[in-house]
Design a protein around this ligand. Structure first.
Ligand code: GLP
Length: 242
């Protein structure tokens, strides 16, 4: 595992964008696994900037997003589909038929989950998976207790997650209680993983996840045994790593 501690959020975002840039230049039809939340917003801004400067072409890049809330219409401002459109897709040249985001509005969820897994495999797997981390150690929406061998599925959200994410909604009650997420084994199958962490409120969970004993009670700890993980933290999030 490689750990990079950057002096601020801006540098963290630029370094993450460097990894994506190298990957996309090396392989124009790269398969990227993307995340939502506030942490990767700077990375997406940086990718948009590099696209506008004509340094990057996303026309052949394939995207698989980690997760989606269940029950929100796709055009709801807090749906992850909307988030990705707003921060990245509407400002770049990703092709809509190369973008895959789990649907939170499907009738047959188990069939949809299997379809999502098959789709990832059909593109040869994910080249780089971007991850953030929840304060309880979740990655995607894999909450504590998620099995290390879990695949894409429907999950119930933890109280802490609902509370943390309520900052984006009108109230705690308005936050969906269920989501569809890639599983831990799905994430672990990615060829390379980049975990981003920013801010003091992530320092404890980041240190525990990377240095503490690996356990299904701490989903991000699965990353300890992956062959190619790069952690990019800013000074504040990396405080307990040095
Ligand atoms: C959300 C997402 C995760 C994200 C996490 C942290 O619930 N499902 O993929 O990594 O919370 O979010 P933030 O980056 O806003 O701290």
């Amino acid at each position: 595992m490689k750990v990079c501690i950057e002096k601020n959020y801006n540098q963290l975002s630029k370094l993450a964008a460097d990894f994506i840039e190298d990957q996309v230049i090396k392989k124009s039809n790269s398969v990227l696994g993307l995340a939502t939340g506030s942490t990767p917003v700077g990375l997406y801004q940086e990718l948009v900037r590099r696209y506008q400067q004509k340094k990057l072409d996303f026309s052949q890049v394939v995207i698989f997003n980690l997760d989606e809330y269940i029950g929100l219409p796709a055009n709801h401002p807090q749906s992850y589909r909307y988030f990705m459109k707003q921060h990245l897709f509407s400002k770049t040249n990703f092709k809509s038929n190369n973008v895959f985001i789990p649907s939170g509005q499907i009738k047959n969820f188990s069939q949809h989950c299997r379809w999502y897994e098959d789709k990832i495999r059909s593109f040869g797997g994910i080249d780089i998976q971007i991850l953030g981390i929840g304060r309880n150690g979740h990655i995607g929406f894999n909450e504590p207790g998620s099995k290390f061998d879990s695949r894409t599925r429907v999950v119930s959200l933890d109280k802490t997650t609902i509370k943390d994410n309520s900052r984006f909604f009108d109230s705690f009650a308005a936050v969906p209680k269920r989501a569809i997420t890639m599983g831990l084994a799905t994430i672990f199958s990615a060829k390379n993983i980049i975990l981003l962490a920013s801010g003091e409120n992530k320092k404890e969970i980041l240190a525990k996840s990377l240095n503490g004993p690996a356990s299904e009670n701490l989903p991000a700890s699965i990353l300890q045994s992956h062959h190619s993980v790069t952690v990019i933290a800013d000074k504040e999030a990396g405080l307990l790593l040095v």
